[in-house]
Ligand binder design. Structure first.
Ligand SMILES: [Zn+2]
Length: 188
């Protein structure tokens, strides 16, 4: 098994040479960017998987790697991945919106999405927004197992505090790694 980790947004995501920060939020003069938080989760997940002997491919390792959103599924396939995990944060006009959700496209991936949803709710304490089937997301157009985790809402103070907490991040990525490995060993 080789897992593609896709930290959402970043350089050339929507337009070549332009950095796409994803959702942003300013609090006390500090700018929080979805692209940065997703990358931090991605790199931590890479370490967790590699520590368990799982091969990993990253669609981007930093803020300068070019990763057009329409090419990410192809990049994962070309790298020989059979599983793709995309990491994002949610955003909404109303800062009270909160919670975690896992998105998937193929019916085959529903059980993995549900398992990730349940386990991540347990370690983060975030609100359950339920799993959702989505056919319109470019990154999920991957001919293998693919899920997109919306970790929480960047503009919600409670969600953001949790997502920036290193202990929660560590627990979350280890749980993602364990669920992905268990699914690969025995697909439900
Ligand atoms: Zn996003």
């Amino acid at each position: 098994m080789k897992v593609c980790i896709d930290p959402g947004h970043g350089m050339s995501n929507r337009q070549m040479g332009i950095f796409d920060p994803g959702a942003t939020h300013v609090e006390n003069g500090f700018l929080f960017r979805e692209a940065d938080i997703a990358l931090r989760y991605g790199l931590a997940l890479k370490d967790a998987l590699r520590a368990s002997g799982v091969e990993v491919f990253m669609t981007r390792d930093d803020a300068t790697d070019h990763a057009p959103v329409g090419r990410r599924a192809t990049m994962a396939r070309n790298a020989g991945c059979t599983v793709l995990v995309s990491l994002h944060l949610n955003d909404f006009d109303d800062d009270s919106a909160n919670g975690l959700e896992v998105l998937f496209r193929d019916a085959d991936d529903r059980s993995l999405a549900q398992r990730l949803q349940s386990e991540l709710l347990e370690v983060t304490g975030l609100r359950d927004r339920k799993i959702k089937q989505r056919n319109d997301l470019a990154v999920l157009k991957f001919d293998g197992t693919a899920v997109l985790i919306e970790l929480g809402f960047i503009a919600n103070d409670g969600d953001r505090a949790k997502l920036l907490d290193a202990q929660i991040r560590d627990a979350a990525v280890h749980r993602i790694a364990a669920v992905v490995m268990a699914h690969a060993a025995a697909p439900a």
